[in-house]
Unconditional design. Structure first.
Lengths: 211, 287
């Protein structure tokens, strides 16, 4: 079986290839051009919203948190020093907002219910077919809505620390160094945390998906 | 699984992510070729990564940006606040300029202090007999009181009208100007910096001031741009440009009506009827 790990996954909007456009938009915004900020939002809203959804596991929460994130960006952009990439800075704000939101919801005994992946009624409440590691069409199966719903549920069961690194690495395709910058950790810590997170998720999926 | 597996197991993720150095990577590959257990682990971890990669993310709602802009506008700082903030951040970024500003303020205050009449008075007082100098303080206070009383009387002479509240004791109009304390909450985004103050005194001394205040109070014109002209104002909304004016005679009548009714009309339409404002309308040419 040959599965190629994509370093960067396309996720709705195209990721800016160069950092210049962001810097240019920021500079124009700081000079008072509101439209430049709107363009920044449009180029990042899907990624931020998607990550919020995967961390919180709820569409409404994702929208609320994503709005808060861009509101923070709007207010704090003047203080953005440009010593890291804008996307790194944005991810840092995103992760922090999601963490705070999860803490808040945790205190209120909130349990996520609304899912984009639309749980499909399947016998025993689980996906009917399981992937064997020899399956050549594993990728196709993983694209199915019900499989994604299961994966999301298992991601939600992970520790917060594990959830964020695995999403930043495998969903967002960020490098170890970028993740270290975003989370304020040493690269070595990120490496071992990613590995532990994958082992934990693997163990959860193994029971129900990989046979 | 053989004993050397432990060493490789912890490196599997780095191997999958192609983060191992060339030498370790070679070692790993030769180990994997002999170890079915580790091979199986690699496959399962890769499948786990793939499961996360394949997650299809929802797109942000189509009204995401417009909702955000609404929230930004709701939290927009008062006009002027941004200027102060940028001045402050500029000074913070230029410590020398900050020092210069402080020294300038000190020198200015010092020079001003030396030539200010109050200082001269104090000096004269100090040269007087000590008892007299000591007495001068109460004297000054009495003089101030007189000054305050003067101001109070002047204030009373100008009709003071609470907005949409119980009429205050009637006061006669002695001057063709009005000071109307109103709440700025109804005035929309263009309210001046004193928004926190519950009531702010608006002075209606000219046709321009009257028309601008009437326009600002009108919810229809909340987002409009207002340009003062001599007899009133030009008001530009998204679709229409209005030229709203009032003749001198009508202006004087309007002041009389305001002082009688103790309130301003709530809308321009109402003001057109009661004050006979002249309104010219044309489509916004910039639209």
């Amino acid at each position: 079986m040959a599965i190629v790990i994509n370093k960067r996954k396309q996720s709705g909007e195209s990721k800016p290839k160069l950092e210049e456009p962001d810097q240019e938009l920021i500079a124009r915004f700081l000079k008072g051009e509101e439209g430049a900020f709107n363009r920044l939002v449009l180029s990042y809203q899907n990624r931020v919203y998607g990550l919020c959804y995967r961390i919180t596991g709820n569409l409404e929460e994702a929208e609320e948190v994503a709005q808060e994130i861009f509101l923070t960006v709007y207010k704090a952009l003047r203080d953005f020093r440009g010593d890291s990439r804008f996307s790194t800075w944005l991810y840092r704000i995103t992760v922090n907002h999601c963490k705070n939101r999860m803490k808040y919801l945790g205190r209120r005994g909130y349990f996520q219910s609304e899912s984009y992946d639309q749980p499909v009624e399947v016998e025993d409440g689980e996906v009917s077919r399981q992937i064997r590691s020899e399956d050549m069409d594993a990728a196709a199966l993983l694209e199915q809505r019900e499989t994604q719903e299961l994966v999301q549920r298992k991601i939600n069961e992970l520790d917060e620390e594990h959830r964020e690194v695995i999403l930043l690495r495998d969903m967002e395709g960020l490098s170890y160094q970028e993740i270290a910058d975003i989370l304020g950790l040493r690269e070595g810590t990120v490496k071992s945390r990613i590995h532990r997170a994958r082992l934990e998720l693997k163990a959860k999926l193994e029971k129900e998906l990989f046979k | 699984m053989n004993p050397s597996c432990d060493k490789y197991q912890s490196l599997l993720s780095e191997f999958i992510d192609q983060e191992l150095d060339a030498l370790t990577c070679q070692e790993m590959e030769s180990h994997l070729s002999q170890c079915p257990g580790c091979q199986e682990q690699v496959k399962l971890i890769r499948l786990t990564c793939l499961a996360v990669q394949k997650l299809e993310n929802p797109q942000a709602p189509s009204d995401f940006l417009s909702k955000l802009r609404q929230r930004i506008d709701q939290q927009a700082p008062e006009p002027g606040a941004g200027l102060w903030r940028s001045a402050a951040s500029w000074l913070a970024a230029h410590p020398k300029a900050l020092a210069a500003t402080f020294s300038f303020v000190f020198v200015f205050a010092f020079v001003l202090g030396r030539f200010a009449p109050t200082v001269q008075v104090a000096k004269v007082n100090a040269e007087m007999e000590p008892a007299q100098a000591w007495k001068s303080a109460p004297l000054a206070r009495t003089m101030n009181k007189v000054a305050y009383r003067d101001a109070d009387e002047k204030k009373a002479a100008t009709p003071s009208i609470p907005e949409e509240a119980a009429p205050q004791p009637a006061a006669e109009t002695r001057a063709p100007s009005l000071a109307v304390p109103v709440s700025f909450s109804a005035l929309g985004a263009s309210a001046p910096a004193e928004v926190e103050k519950p009531r702010v005194r608006i002075v209606l001394q000219t046709p321009t001031q009257l028309v601008i205040n009437l326009v600002r109070r009108d919810p229809l014109f909340q987002a409009a741009a207002i340009y003062p002209i001599r007899e009133g104002a030009v008001v530009q909304t998204e679709t229409t440009v209005y030229r709203i004016t009032i003749s001198d005679q009508n202006f004087i009548n309007a002041l009389r009506i305001i002082s009688e009714q103790q309130a301003l009309p709530a809308s321009v339409d109402e003001a057109v009827k009661t004050f006979h404002l002249d309104v010219e309308k044309m489509p916004n040419p910039l639209k």
